[in-house]
Design a protein around this ligand. Structure first.
Ligand SMILES: Nc1ncnc2c1ncn2[C@@H]1O[C@H](COP(=O)(O)OP(=O)(O)OP(=O)(O)O)[C@@H](O)[C@H]1O
Ligand SMILES: [Mg+2]
Length: 344
């Protein structure tokens, strides 16, 4: 499976194949999700087709209720679709049983949630290594140190979540997702509860995961500034993908979002990554789940590192960007985009 490479970062991507194409990290095909039945039926996803290139940072945006979380949860194997297909790499999630789905999530996927989902009785360090502990693996010390220092958590490791600020808790949640070096990190509004400074730090570590470690990052956000860290912004409206922007500035995203509910713009929108919706498609009754039972609330913690993926201690991780504003050298992209990485 491949998609054409695009964007300045594509050239640097280790995920790019010899033929000049990029591997697909995750894909939804004709994905439908229907909640409820009868009068209470909600079509949260309507035949969504979208692919996420490996080594790329994608932000999913759209009005409240447009299906962003549903799409992300189906992609990550946290929820079952009604029909259609999800693949992670070359693995078809619908072909996996519960145990295989749990292992896939554990080994290949990291999650960062808006609500942090830390275990209150454990210290920051214990929370971070919990997925590895569950998997019976030791953290790679060099990588653990790199992540901790990059996120500025060194002096908070022995604190419990209640003794940490919201931003620190979210950075712990990021560290937990990063230490296992998963192929894909999903974030559902990972900066939704953070102030602008902490948001910048979280987005900058996610950006670094893509630029320096070739991980794939897919987040849902309502924040144009956060979205401007992404290589690609995909817009959902009413359960369909309606457009996408590549390397947008925060202003580009803001402008687009302002009109996303505007019927005139909606009429002009052609789905960039999906075929046009079938006219007057009947609402199908919920089919048997295409994927195994949704996991328990703590299942996402059950991750492990890939044993064959060592990190060189020499791998440089730049200091955390301290806020949304210009970087330490005072430069800022002319479009107002945070000056955090080398993009064209
Ligand atoms: N468990 C559920 N049961 C019934 N309907 C649901 C359920 N979860 C979501 N929905 C509905 O599906 C639609 C899409 O919900 P979803 O949570 O994906 O939206 P969203 O784009 O993430 O919104 P927000 O930006 O507010 O988080 C909404 O209409 C929502 O009410
Ligand atoms: Mg949501």
């Amino acid at each position: 499976m491949s998609v054409p490479p695009s964007g300045p970062n594509a050239g640097a991507s280790a995920a790019r194949g010899a033929a000049g194409t990029q591997a697909v990290a995750a894909r939804a095909e004709q994905l439908t999700k229907v909640y409820g039945s009868g009068d209470t039926t909600v079509e949260a996803l309507r035949q969504v087709d979208v692919a996420f290139a490996a080594g790329e940072f994608t932000a999913i945006m759209g009005p409240s209720g447009s299906g962003k979380s549903t799409l992300m949860h189906c992609l990550a194997g946290l929820d079952a679709s009604t029909s259609g297909r999800v693949t992670i790499g070359d693995t078809d999630l619908s072909a996996l049983n519960d145990k295989q789905t749990t292992l896939l999530r554990r080994d290949r996927i990291g999650f960062v949630f808006q609500a942090f989902n830390l275990v209150p009785t454990l210290t920051a360090k214990e929370n971070i290594t919990l997925p590895l502990d569950i998997a019976g693996r030791k953290p790679d010390q060099a990588w653990f140190d790199a992540v901790i220092d990059r996120l500025g958590l060194r002096d908070r490791l022995s604190h419990r979540p209640s003794e940490l600020s919201g931003g620190q808790q979210q950075r712990v949640a990021c560290a937990r997702a990063l230490v296992g070096r998963p192929d894909i990190i999903f974030g559902d509004e990972p900066t939704g509860n953070l102030d602008s400074r902490s948001s910048g730090e979280v987005m900058s570590i996610l950006r670094a995961a893509v630029d320096e470690f070739q991980q794939t990052v897919i987040i849902v956000t309502h924040d144009p500034r956060a979205a401007s860290y992404a290589d690609r912004v995909v817009f959902l409206a009413d359960g369909r993908i309606v457009n996408e922007l590549r390397h947008p500035s925060a202003d580009d995203v803001f402008e687009y979002m302002k009109h996303l509910d505007d019927p005139a713009q909606q009429a002009q929108q052609r789905p960039a990554t999906t075929p046009p919706p079938a006219p007057a498609a009947p609402v199908a009754p919920p089919a048997p789940a295409a994927q195994p039972n949704p996991p328990s609330a703590v299942d996402h913690l059950n991750q492990s590192p890939r044993p064959t993926d060592p990190i060189s201690p020499a791998d440089p991780i730049p200091p955390a960007q301290s806020n949304w504003g210009p970087p330490a050298d005072g430069t800022e992209a002319p479009d107002g985009r945070p000056g955090r990485h080398s993009r064209g």
